[in-house]
Design a protein around this ligand. Structure first.
Ligand SMILES: Cc1cc2nc3c(=O)[nH]c(=O)nc-3n(C[C@H](O)[C@H](O)[C@H](O)COP(=O)(O)OP(=O)(O)OC[C@H]3O[C@@H](n4cnc5c(N)ncnc54)[C@H](O)[C@@H]3O)c2cc1C
Length: 572
């Protein structure tokens, strides 16, 4: 145990949201540090392919685009569950933030006259998605990382936050495991920003990196921040059959089509006007329905349909979709220039997350949330592609500035003795976990949870199986109390890390299943086969789940902020 390290603003997470927040806090005159369980440029943000939305109106077919049109598309896409004033902030500030990324060096693809190129994306009225070939996240992440290096912002790499310390309604600091040595360390801070990313790995079939476990989200949940709208999980329509690696929506944006085993272009049945460029929830359910009704191709890992781009020609595929071509060749043995790509839907994004306002402020003083782990409520029941990268830089900047304000006006960070008490408790917990010999291995519990979530809390849901899942998850939580690990060492003990993170994953899975069970309607990504319609009178509400150490979470509901756009039937 080293001496407590004190920072003015401590950012947990080195993805786009965390780095943007740290830059903002630093530029506002604070001593900011980023702590991340992986080196920042290995964060999942770097895997983003398709692009980032901003109404720049650079595309010949997008001349009439505006931030208001972007706001409308986002709110309609959200099935009217997004908080409208927050969406307006997202879309109004988008052009300025995206141009800032360009000026900081992001290597965007270009129009013939040298402006940032934009491509069509699902659910968008105009071609509005700015891109860097099909490696947009990689370029954005490297740009922000360079900006952090330039500012000499301290990076604590390979540190895993295991718990937050909150005392008297205010955040004091965090306890962290140093992965290379296995030592625990207390960090004190005036303000903490959680930027821990998504938690897609609570599902078996996911496009998310293995690191996307949501352990930082779970730490904030346990510390008292409610989780908002967790029943809304995005399933991406096109993930590679077998491995579920993402095949970007940009493929359909460039003109790719979906075909079933009977050779039919089946999207005609589900979104006849926009076809393959319908929003993700509708396209994913279309594909799954084709598969469930026997019109898919059968294979070892379930059924799939085809995503065909060969008609675009080798030049377009090689210049605009080089990464996708490589993935298809390496992981499915298919060259899209010659043959269709086999795809199936898979978990992709968490619309729900830590409840916070437009400056990232959670209900706990000094504690902020930003990026995919948060729920500012701009995506509602279904996120539009390209809006998530955007969310990280818009709200990253706002949260960083707000945290800096709080930190500069705070007299001193929380008491070190409170932090050290928690640190000692954590050390004792890890010691007894390592000593335990009777119980279930973490991987066994994890796989059961993932299978349960994929089968019962997936694209189509219903009362009976959700009720059983909720019971099953409670049982897995009980088993987890006696989880065992094989590796008793200190250095790079991933067995220990996985076991520690699994506890948080079970909490997040339980909240997802519990809120899905209660919401008896269909809205966006949440489809109840036993309640097949949207019920605005009863359900135009956000769910809020509160941690309960004794059992299942307490769930409350809160009104949606509707200002400009009256909810109507959502048709494409
Ligand atoms: C394959 C793929 C493609 C995508 N493509 C697009 C796209 O084209 N357009 C778009 O808008 N969106 C896209 N998305 C979504 C988007 O990329 C993410 O939502 C966004 O990048 C999340 O950024 P973030 O900073 O919130 O989290 P991340 O980039 O996931 O970063 C999370 C950080 O938190 C750290 N961390 C987590 N837990 C802990 C802990 N306990 N202790 C310490 N550190 C911790 C991690 O080390 C990491 O640095 C895509 C997502 C995927 C999976």
């Amino acid at each position: 145990m080293g001496e407590c390290l004190i920072k003015q603003v401590l950012v947990i997470g080195g993805g786009l949201a965390g780095l943007r927040a740290a830059i903002a806090a630093h530029d506002a005159g604070c001593d900011a540090a980023v702590l991340s369980k992986v080196y920042p440029i290995r964060s999942h943000s770097g895997a983003a392919q398709g692009g980032i939305n901003a109404a720049l109106a650079n595309h010949p077919e997008g001349k009439d685009d505006s931030w208001e049109r972007h706001a409308f598309d986002t709110i309609k896409g959200s099935d009217y569950l997004a908080d409208q004033p927050r969406v307006e902030i997202l879309t109004q500030e988008a052009p300025e933030r995206v141009l800032e990324m360009e000026h900081w060096g992001t290597y965007f693809s270009r129009t013939p006259d040298g402006h940032i190129a934009q491509r069509p994306f699902g659910g968008a009225g105009f071609p509005r998605t700015c891109y860097a070939a099909d490696r947009t996240g990689h370029h954005l992440l490297h740009t922000l990382w360079e900006q952090c290096l330039k500012r000499n912002i301290t990076l604590y790499n390979e540190w895993l936050i295991t718990c937050l310390v909150v005392h008297g309604g205010r955040v004091f600091g965090a306890i962290s495991l140093h992965i290379p040595t296995g030592q625990l360390q207390a960090f004190g801070a005036h303000a903490i920003i959680i930027a821990g990313g998504g938690h897609g790995r609570i599902f078996a079939k996911s496009t998310n990196a293995y690191i996307n476990t949501g352990s930082a989200t779970a730490a904030a949940f346990r510390a008292g921040v409610p989780l908002e709208d967790m029943e809304f999980v995005q399933f991406h329509p096109t993930t590679l059959y077998g491995t579920n690696i993402l095949i970007t929506e940009g493929v359909r944006g460039e003109g790719g089509i979906l075909v079933n085993a009977k050779g039919e272009r089946f999207m005609e049945r589900y979104a006849s006007t926009v076809m393959e460029l319908g929003p993700r929830d509708i396209v994913a359910r279309g594909i799954q329905t084709e598969i469930d009704e026997g019109r898919g191709f059968k294979g070892k890992y379930g059924s799939y349909v085809h995503l065909d781009v060969h008609h675009l020609g080798a030049d377009v595929i090689k210049t605009r979709l080089p990464g996708i071509r490589q993935i298809a060749m390496d992981f499915a043995g298919v060259d899209p220039i010659e043959a269709p790509i086999p795809i199936q839907p898979g978990q992709h994004y968490s619309m729900g997350g830590l409840a916070c306002d437009e400056n990232g402020q959670t209900p706990i003083e000094g504690l902020f949330a930003v990026g995919e782990c948060s729920c500012v409520s701009v995506h509602g029941a279904n996120r539009l592609g390209g809006n998530s990268l955007l969310e990280t830089i818009i709200f990253g900047k706002r949260a960083g500035e707000q945290a800096a304000n709080i930190a500069k006006n705070a007299d001193k960070p929380g008491s070190e003795s409170v932090l050290n008490d928690v640190l000692r408790e954590q050390e004792a917990d890890i010691k007894s976990l390592k000593a335990r010999t009777k119980g279930e291995r973490q991987i066994t519990i994890r796989r059961r949870m993932q299978a349960e979530m994929t089968e019962k809390v997936g694209l189509f849901r219903e009362e009976k199986s959700l009720t059983k899942t909720v019971e099953k998850l409670a049982q897995l939580k009980e088993e987890y109390k006696k989880v065992i690990i094989d590796n008793k060492g200190d250095a790079f003990n991933y067995d220990l890390m996985d076991a520690l993170e699994l506890g948080g994953m079970l909490e997040l899975a339980e909240v997802t299943a519990q809120t899905a069970l209660r919401r008896r309607e269909c809205r966006g990504s949440h489809w109840r086969t036993d309640h097949p319609s949207r019920k605005d009178e009863e359900w135009m509400k956000h769910s809020l789940a509160f941690f309960n150490p004794e059992g299942p979470p307490r769930i409350e509901y809160e009104d949606v902020l509707i200002t400009t756009y009256e909810p109507t039937v959502r048709k494409y």
